[in-house]
Design a binder for this molecule. Structure first.
Ligand code: NDP
Length: 450
């Protein structure tokens, strides 16, 4: 059997063992598509059974999360934590609170996280968790009661040397605060390294909030550099308007780019003004008022217009940063972006481009930075937060941002060098997958069949 056939057989087995988990299948397939070149050179990866083991989480936890809303009504949500791989360090990865969350989403995110975390060069394994709870429209007290109920079960699986969650969609500073408070109360320990994304002043790290968005822009900047270009004077489209999008917008603007559109799940806004999106106003609407993207357009006046049909990727740009959610950029969007002269796409979100879109980008002149590399700045800065917690230290904003920029440049170089080494220069998808897989697989072989 050829290497390709053996990989196909393993993938088919993964599909059958995990029925109905489309996003997880997609994430596995995306990695497998890059592996033939490395397994050809290193057949021991197949012979040692590393790949099927890697596709099976070490532990999957599913639990009931009951809570009572402000009117006294009982709700029951489902909580998840998938502890995927501890081969490089404690399980590390965020929690997502969104009604679409089910086991397949958590497994896709956890699987991606193994490789992303390896790319950071930090000693962290891969995990992910969350709940089908929808925080939209809930009061602070309701969110607090939900987080407390969620942690009253999850705490027994966590620990600074075991499993260290952080935020993701629907989980920001407010939620991390409530989760940490409950963990501390139950365990009677101020174990600051057990959660990252904490508030500055009680164990949080400078730049963690900004890190994923900033890191994505740093990665895109490295890609632009290979073409002798920069953000200066360029039009940029950033999808989403949550944590990742907001700080990506901030860094693009600092680097002289103009952000001409952003979005949320209700639609997108095109901002034609000379400076592009008004970040201060967007933050006020999204982070303070917890409003919708239409509220931003309304407050911005005639300079900005809301579109509720078509796609944000119809807006012409030089650089595209998808920062909202999985599968938000499909083949038609990819074609439009290329036709409109887009030269760089960097994924701030996890798996926002569909496989067909990724294929088109990698076969075209567009430089495409996959999420596991381009958005790794968030988890890398979480690892810096753990480092500071362990040494009871706290670093300045400037120092931490410099570390983040260095880490993103290293990840870029690692992906580019590996792609080159395997005869696919400029293919960051292959570079990211092969480089991180090799590190994880070597560690698995060294640690034996466990
Ligand atoms: P937030 O909850 O802060 O923001 C998510 C944003 O995406 C919101 O604007 C949301 O709009 C929008 N969105 C969600 N679903 C859709 C949809 N179907 N169509 C259009 N817009 C949508 O989450 P984050 O910013 O933290 O996360 C965004 C992405 O980045 C996710 O893929 C996440 O996994 C990834 N990521 C996050 C990291 C982090 O540190 N936070 C680290 C690495 C990756 P609405 O409010 O209407 O739902």
């Amino acid at each position: 059997m050829t290497v390709a056939h053996r990989l196909d057989a393993i993938y088919e087995d993964v599909r059958q063992r995990n029925p109905g988990e489309g996003e997880f299948h997609q994430a596995v397939q995306e990695v497998f598509q890059s592996l033939a070149v490395v397994v050809d050179r290193r057949p021991e990866y197949l012979d040692a059974g590393v790949i099927p083991r890697l596709c099976e989480p070490e532990r999957q936890i599913i639990f009931r999360v009951p809570w009572i809303d402000d009117s006294g009504k009982l709700h029951v949500n489902r909580g998840f934590r998938v502890e995927f791989s501890s081969v490089l360090g404690p399980y590390k990865g965020g929690l997502r609170f969104h009604p679409s969350v089910y086991l397949g989403i958590v497994k896709f995110l956890g699987f991606e996280q193994i490789f992303k975390n390896a790319l950071t060069g930090m000693p962290i394994g891969g995990g992910k968790g969350g709940s089908d709870f929808d925080p939209k429209g809930r009061s602070d007290n309701e969110v607090m009661r939900f987080c407390q109920s969620f942690m009253s079960e999850l705490y027994r699986h966590l620990g600074e040397y075991t499993d260290v969650p952080a935020g993701d969609i629907g989980v920001g500073g407010r939620e991390v605060g409530y989760l940490f408070g409950m963990y501390k109360k139950i365990t009677n320990r101020f174990e600051s390294g057990v959660l990252t994304g904490k508030g500055i002043g009680w164990g949080g790290a400078q730049v963690r909030k900004e890190a994923t968005g900033y890191g994505t822009v740093f990665f895109a900047q490295e890609m632009l550099r290979t073409k002798g270009q920069s953000f200066e004077g360029r039009d940029v489209v950033v999808s989403g308007s949550g944590n990742v999008a907001i700080y990506a917008i901030e860094k693009v603007q600092e680097l002289g780019g103009r952000v001409v559109a952003c979005s949320d799940s209700s639609g997108y806004v095109v901002d034609e003004s000379a400076d592009g999106v008004d970040l201060e106003l967007l933050q006020e609407v999204k982070e303070v008022r917890r409003g919708r993207i239409g509220d931003y357009a309304e407050a911005r006046g005639p300079k900005a217009s809301v579109a509720d049909n078509g796609s944000i990727w119809d807006v012409p740009c030089h650089i595209a940063l998808p920062c909202a959610t999985q599968n938000e950029l499909d083949l038609a969007d990819a074609k439009t972006l290329i036709d409109n002269g887009c030269v760089v796409v960097a994924e701030g979100a996890n798996m926002p481009a569909t496989p067909e879109a990724v294929k088109l980008f990698t076969e075209s002149e567009v430089l495409f930075g996959p999420g596991k590399a381009a958005n790794a700045g968030g988890v890398a800065t979480s690892a810096l937060e753990m480092q500071q917690n362990a040494s009871r230290d706290s670093w300045s904003f400037e120092h931490t941002e410099k570390r983040l920029a260095e880490i993103m440049a290293d990840i870029h170089e690692r992906c580019a060098d590996t792609a080159e080494e395997y005869g696919h220069p400029g293919d960051y998808v292959l570079g990211a997958n092969v480089s991180s897989f090799q590190q994880v697989a070597d560690a698995m072989i060294a640690q034996g069949v466990v």
